[in-house]
Write a protein that binds this ligand. Structure first.
Ligand code: ADE
Length: 214
């Protein structure tokens, strides 16, 4: 899966995509991530990417030219949908994530300020997605959220040692249920791990876990 991300803050992505499972997924060529600075597409002599809104009002609007040039250039390299992250979009769900994971690629447009020129929304955006009913300062965290949720569903990304998670996590999602987890030490500040989990009796353990599903 190829991800292309358009942002005016490319550095936000640096550390997240260089760690852990997302890092290994790239090393294994299961995902490819390309971060693009929208500013580098600006034809303005000061590389401006925003301007005041027609009709007045607070805040700035991201201008059409850099967005148009960036999106049209990237669409030649990535056959996936162009997704604009905005609190006005359709709310992300695990069902949507599962559909996204089957695509050949995804292009994320991260908005800032009051939003983007409506003509870009009308002509170049395929889907508008929100990650929840709250307002963030930009679409960068939502883009990372979707990239992360989609990547872990691509076969091979979770690896052998974590592959069981794929199953239990999606089942847990469907039922919205999980059992309690414990790790060493068996006694932490006087709080004991339930004896059954240390018994080695897997039938008993399964029964106990089912009885504790929340
Ligand atoms: N941009 C700002 N807030 C957002 C949200 N909740 N979801 C997606 N994009 C956003």
């Amino acid at each position: 899966m190829r991800f292309d991300i358009l942002t005016i803050f490319p550095e936000i992505f640096d550390s997240y995509i260089k760690e852990s499972i997302i890092k290994r997924a790239q090393e294994k060529d299961l995902i490819e991530i390309h971060i693009h600075d929208i500013r580098s597409f600006s034809k303005d002599k000061h590389k401006k990417v925003d301007d005041i809104p027609f009709g007045g009002g607070a805040g700035m609007v991201m201008t059409a030219q850099p967005l148009h040039d960036a999106i049209t250039a990237i669409k030649k390299l990535n056959k996936g949908p162009v997704i604009y992250l905005t609190p006005q979009g359709k709310t992300l769900t695990q069902t949507k994530v599962e559909k996204f994971a089957k695509l050949p690629g995804m292009i994320f447009l991260c908005g800032r300020y009051e939003g983007i020129d409506q003509r870009i929304r009308d002509t170049l955006i395929d889907q508008e997605i929100s990650i929840g009913s709250y307002v963030l300062t930009g679409g960068e965290l939502p883009a990372l959220t979707i990239l992360d949720a989609v990547s872990r569903l691509i076969p091979g990304v979770l690896g052998k040692e974590n592959s069981h998670l794929e199953d239990s996590f999606s089942k847990a999602f469907n039922r919205k249920k999980e059992y309690p987890h414990y790790t060493r030490p068996a006694n932490f500040k006087g709080m004991e791990v339930p004896e059954v989990l240390r018994s080695g009796d897997h039938k008993k353990i399964d029964k106990w876990r089912k009885s504790k599903l929340k």
